[in-house]
Design a protein around this ligand. Structure first.
Ligand SMILES: Cc1cc2nc3c(=O)[nH]c(=O)nc-3n(C[C@H](O)[C@H](O)[C@H](O)COP(=O)(O)OP(=O)(O)OC[C@H]3O[C@@H](n4cnc5c(N)ncnc54)[C@H](O)[C@@H]3O)c2cc1C
Length: 638
């Protein structure tokens, strides 16, 4: 079969809403994307540009195609990194003056505005600038429509959950917004899967395992039964069954202290191959698994894997593990993830942008903010979207200056505003570029992390009978670009209705953490980010269609007919970087790069999850609180 007809069978020619009009051809082939390694970008654009705009294209959550850190939002980052704005650029001065300007409209930036108003009153003049066309940062809402029904999904941050208890500060914010996390079960809508007895499965793909086959039941049926159904060689099967059972002491002869010290310096993969002596081919099964911060089997320290209860360690006689979700930790998620949390914050900051003030956890999911009112001249707090800040500079000497000038690009023009106080709630990696006058040690510390690249892609399918037929609700594909595929039934909340039966359309949520096995972790993150920035929407679409066809085709899935919507949320600038024993030096907490990097500089403080070296919503909130407190203390207001 020719490549062309193969593509047609996969549905590549189908007219699904795949790219919004504003974010179309011109944007798709310019800037950062086009400048990277010359990979095909224009090939997709001609055809896609002929597609009609997605319905509701002007309403950011309803925009489909390439979202997340979409090309236009980040196209100026390369020039910034290259030093194009070292000198404060010539600008159109807006003449606007603010009490507080915030760079970054993610959870951290929005929370900073909330804390500032809580301390100094709602009359304070605040401006939040963000480079995207929607607020919330990673907390991204996707809407996909089909036959008159709208399906709401999360394109980034899913839940209010962390392995640690929320701080008093973060907890209080969640409660102030009226979110009752104890209602989680009611919000999750898992009954349909339970009724059909659906659960996890693993997709063994032909390229890596010699055959395309979904095997359901991992973790639910005895491992020997599970691996018996998998396409594996006898040697690999035997080893996988062995390490998934009661293990021998693979480090026999070492003291517990020696074992712990050794495990801290080797990867989980090295432990499996060198100590547990599994067949090297068995590692393919573990490829998609790893530890915190989306680490992989080859980048997760064996000690962390052992403490998480991962496979291979239960015969070592190590002290009981202390990890996992502890009491007082939250578990909760809205259909659009923490986008609802961001919306509740904006509803409090700018009530006039919503139909009513003080919306609740039951009404926020169906609320539709009026984006034209987010930046209204008469509003004390304003959110200015599609505005990339390129330079932040004190007016004069940092010790004596009374204000800060902020230069930003919007609609291709350079503008400037002034503010008495500034919170940088954007990515750490750019802060040294925004303020080249920062001390060298601080800039070096800010440049230390490598954010974790990720994709949270939402595929709307017109029915999920193929999943039901296979007995799976979520499938891991260890060696594919998308390692996770799960049905996202949404929930019935307020007037929004979740999905309950397999003949209804549903969002299939596909996750990916592009990486390059074998390299050190930070290099893997950088390689993955580069991959995301240089891959076109059409290439992602083709990959997704091929993946779903190979995985679900035998159970009746037809990608050409069944896929009726697609939003790719690429996050080259994803999770904040966290430290571990394998990749980072062991230094006292106060010498950690994020601590040095977040020092106040004159009227400017630094928030965002990077400043906490932890990739969680609560951290973004805590860092916002600290950054605001630092300014209040500096101004003698506490
Ligand atoms: C795919 C994904 C899933 C996640 N899931 C969860 C989860 O389930 N639970 C959880 O607790 N955490 C999760 N996280 C982590 C969580 O989203 C973050 O820790 C938190 O939301 C970060 O908030 P932030 O405001 O610090 O950063 P961001 O959300 O990154 O917001 C910063 C904003 O500043 C903007 N910005 C950057 N530079 C500039 C500039 N020069 N000018 C203007 N604007 C700029 C950025 O583009 C962005 O919009 C997830 C993250 C990702 C990527």
């Amino acid at each position: 079969m020719s490549e062309r007809s193969a593509h047609r069978d996969l549905g590549m020619g189908r007219r699904i809403p795949r790219r919004d009009f504003l974010n179309g051809l011109a944007i798709g082939i310019t800037g950062a994307l086009a400048s990277r390694n010359g990979r095909a970008v224009a090939s997709s654009a001609g055809r896609i540009d002929t597609q009609p705009a997605a319905p509701g294209a002007l309403y950011p959550p309803a925009r489909t195609g390439l979202r997340g850190n979409y090309p236009a939002a980040v196209r100026d980052f390369d020039a910034m990194q290259a030093g194009a704005y070292r000198q404060f650029p010539a600008v159109v001065d807006t003449g606007e003056n603010y009490d507080l300007a915030i760079v970054g409209g993610g959870i951290s930036g929005l929370a900073a505005a909330h804390f500032w108003r809580r301390a100094l009153g709602t009359g304070q003049r605040i401006l939040i600038l963000d480079n995207h066309d929607d607020f919330g940062g990673h907390a991204k809402r996707n809407e996909l429509a089909y036959q008159g029904r709208t399906f709401v999904g999360y394109g980034g941050t899913m839940g209010i959950a962390t392995p640690y208890p929320y701080s008093y500060t973060a907890k209080r914010l969640v409660e102030e917004l009226g979110i009752q996390v104890e209602r989680n079960a009611e919000f999750q809508n898992r009954d349909a899967f339970q009724a059909l007895n659906l659960g996890p499965g693993v997709f063994f793909d032909k390229e890596h395992f010699g055959e395309d086959r979904v095997v359901p039941g991992n973790g639910r049926i005895p491992w020997p039964d599970f691996f018996a159904k998998a396409p594996l060689s006898e040697a690999v099967r035997k080893d996988l069954i062995r390490v998934h059972g009661q293990n021998a002491d693979y480090m026999a002869g070492m003291s517990v202290e020696h074992k712990l010290a050794t495990l801290a310096t080797i990867s989980w993969q090295d432990f499996l191959v060198k100590y547990a002596k599994v067949h090297p081919d068995a590692i393919l099964f573990f490829r998609g698994q790893g530890g915190r911060n989306n680490k992989r089997v080859d980048t997760t320290p064996a000690l962390e894997a052992a403490q998480r209860g991962s496979v291979g360690f239960n015969g070592l006689g190590l002290p009981p593990r202390g990890e996992g979700f502890r009491e007082a930790s939250y578990t909760f998620h809205f259909p659009d993830g923490n986008a609802s949390l961001a919306r509740l914050l904006v509803n409090r900051l700018i009530p006039s942008a919503f139909s009513a003030p003080n919306l609740t956890m039951d009404t926020i999911v169906q609320a539709r903010p009026d984006y034209a009112k987010l930046d209204a001249a008469g509003s004390a707090t304003r959110v200015r979207l599609s505005s990339t800040v390129v330079r932040v500079q004190h007016d004069g000497d940092v010790e004596r200056a009374r204000s800060v000038r902020i230069g930003y690009l919007r609609d291709g023009k350079m503008h400037a505003v002034r503010a008495s106080n500034v919170v940088l709630a954007c990515n750490n990696a750019l802060i040294g570029v925004l303020m080249p006058e920062l001390p060298a040690e601080q800039k070096e510390a800010l440049a230390y992390p490598a954010k974790v690249p990720m994709m949270y892609n939402n595929v709307l399918v017109r029915r999920w009978t193929s999943f039901a037929h296979l007995g799976v609700s979520n499938v891991s594909s260890p060696c594919m670009l998308h390692t996770g595929t799960s049905l996202d039934p949404g929930s019935t909340v307020g007037s929004y209705r979740g999905v309950t039966t397999p003949d209804e359309p549903i969002i299939v949520h596909m996750t990916s953490n592009p990486n390059k096995p074998g390299l050190p972790r930070k290099d893997q993150n950088r390689a993955g980010a580069e991959q995301l920035l240089s891959t076109t929407f059409e290439q992602f679409e083709l990959e997704i269609r091929r993946h779903l066809a190979a995985m679900l085709g035998p159970a009746g899935f037809d990608p050409a007919a069944d896929i009726v919507g697609l939003t790719v949320n690429r996050w080259p600038y994803g999770y904040a970087y966290t430290y571990d024993t394998l990749a980072d030096p062991d230094v006292p907490p106060e010498h950690r790069p994020h601590v040095i990097g977040r020092r106040r500089f004159g009227h400017v403080t630094i928030a965002n999850a990077d400043a906490g070296a932890a990739a969680f919503t609560n951290q973004a909130i805590d860092e916002a609180h600290r950054a605001v407190e630092e300014l209040l203390v500096k101004n003698g207001l506490t």
